[in-house]
Design a protein around this ligand. Structure first.
Ligand code: CA
Ligand code: CA
Ligand code: CA
Length: 134
């Protein structure tokens, strides 16, 4: 049965997500983030992504970021700012389109995540990406 509720699309309730950041308005009001702004602190990660990553949606300095990258002849090292207890995965790609998971279940014990990969002569241009698991 259809009923016409003309103002429904204009009014958002506490369980809605008007800024489409993955968090309901009531969650955002509880956490202090802006329910009308998907990226409250403007660091490039949405409030919902920050909650998944365990970073602070109100602090632009707190976000999942690669902090250092050291390519070498023997091994390559990649550091990122981690959240203790969170699980990370590293993906590699040669064309930024096809990504292969090269390391799973990296649990951060401190605030720095580290991925080390031995150099392989078959590697040409290579991109690395870090993902955090919810
Ligand atoms: Ca929201
Ligand atoms: Ca943010
Ligand atoms: Ca942040």
């Amino acid at each position: 049965m259809n009923s016409v509720r003309p103002f429904q699309s204009l009014a958002f309730g506490p369980d809605d997500d008007p800024d489409s950041d993955g968090l309901t308005t009531s969650q955002e009001l509880k956490d202090g983030s802006d329910p009308a702004k998907s990226d409250t602190d403007g660091d490039g990660e949405s409030d919902g992504q920050e909650v998944i990553a365990g970073t602070d949606p109100l602090d632009a300095q707190s976000c999942l970021k690669i902090t250092m990258f050291e390519p070498g002849d023997v091994e390559t090292r990649l550091w990122w700012n981690a959240v203790p207890g969170k699980e990370y995965r590293v993906f590699a790609s040669e064309n930024l389109t096809d990504w292969t998971c090269v390391r799973e279940a990296l649990i951060a014990h401190g605030t720095t995540g580290l991925f080390v990969e031995k150099h392989n002569p078959l590697f040409r241009k290579r991109f690395l990406r870090v993902e955090v698991l919810p």
